[in-house]
Write a protein that binds this ligand. Structure first.
Ligand SMILES: *Cc1c(COP(=O)(O)O)cnc(C)c1O
Length: 247
């Protein structure tokens, strides 16, 4: 993207620019420590609970991968960001849907998302595929795994991952990218991401192209990079602490 903006000139813009610079530095340091190329890690800015103006700031700073966890909030921001940035700039944003996906929202999400990180049941697959249609690039899909087997927090049991992945791979409107997980509360991040990496390796035996591993948030970014994360979903370190929310 060409540099299209003046240096940030108000306080929030400075805060967001600093947050982004710090996160990018953390990613470079984590990659250096792990002997990895930072080019292999995509930063997804998680903007839930923050205003559309923050999304616009991130995009102006060059961060085009943006994640939201609730469909209604994402839709509202999509419209507002198009006004703030203009349609052409807004079109370049890649929206990642990272929250729990309900059947009645699948159609809506498939219309605007570039990627869904949180597919956790096969029943959603035909809904996403039909809604996506064939006249657009395939919707990228990650299967979310529950590492503690507690499905109440989202995620499929790991024994169900192969059948869900097979269902995605059969749909030409979808592209199976890999497996995602959020470490269980109080779980050790390294152990959790090591387990996710094993699940990814097993998946790749069936689906060799499904080699992406979105893992890592503000508090466990370094551990995720050590275990092969390809997409870091970072909210608070970029934009500040938010009030507790679900999803
Ligand atoms: C909110 C959220 C994040 C970002 O969390 P931070 O700790 O603020 O970086 C990442 N992934 C998912 C699924 C989320 O819901």
């Amino acid at each position: 993207m060409p540099p299209t903006t003046e240096p940030p000139d108000d306080q929030r813009a400075r805060e967001v620019a600093e947050g982004l610079a710090e996160v990018r530095q953390r990613i470079r340091d984590a990659c250096a420590a792990a002997g990895r190329d930072p080019g292999g890690v995509t930063l997804v800015g998680i903007t839930k609970t923050f205003p559309s103006s923050d999304v616009a700031l991130l995009v102006r700073l060059g961060l085009l991968d943006v994640g939201e966890s609730r469909d209604q909030e994402a839709r509202a921001k999509l419209a507002e960001v198009a006004v703030l940035l203009g349609g052409d700039a807004a079109e370049r944003i890649r929206w990642h849907f990272v929250g729990r996906l309900q059947s009645r929202k699948a159609r809506s999400v498939a219309a605007y998302a570039a990627a869904v990180h949180s597919l956790d049941r096969a029943a959603l697959v035909p809904l996403l595929a039909t809604a996506r249609g064939s006249d657009r690039p395939p919707l990228e899909v990650f299967v979310q795994v529950s590492l503690d087997g507690d499905p109440s927090r989202g995620g499929a049991l790991d024994r169900d991952v192969p059948s869900i992945a097979d269902a995605v791979a059969e749909q030409m409107q979808l592209r199976l990218r890999g497996v995602m997980a959020v470490p269980p509360l109080d779980a050790d991040a390294d152990a959790s991401f090591a387990r996710l990496s094993e699940i990814s390796t097993a998946l790749q035996e069936r689906h060799p192209g499904a080699d992406a591993i979105p893992a890592g948030m503000t508090d466990d970014l370094e551990a995720a990079v050590r275990h092969g994360s390809t997409h870091l979903r970072i909210g608070s370190a970029l934009l500040g602490r938010r009030p507790p929310v679900f999803g």
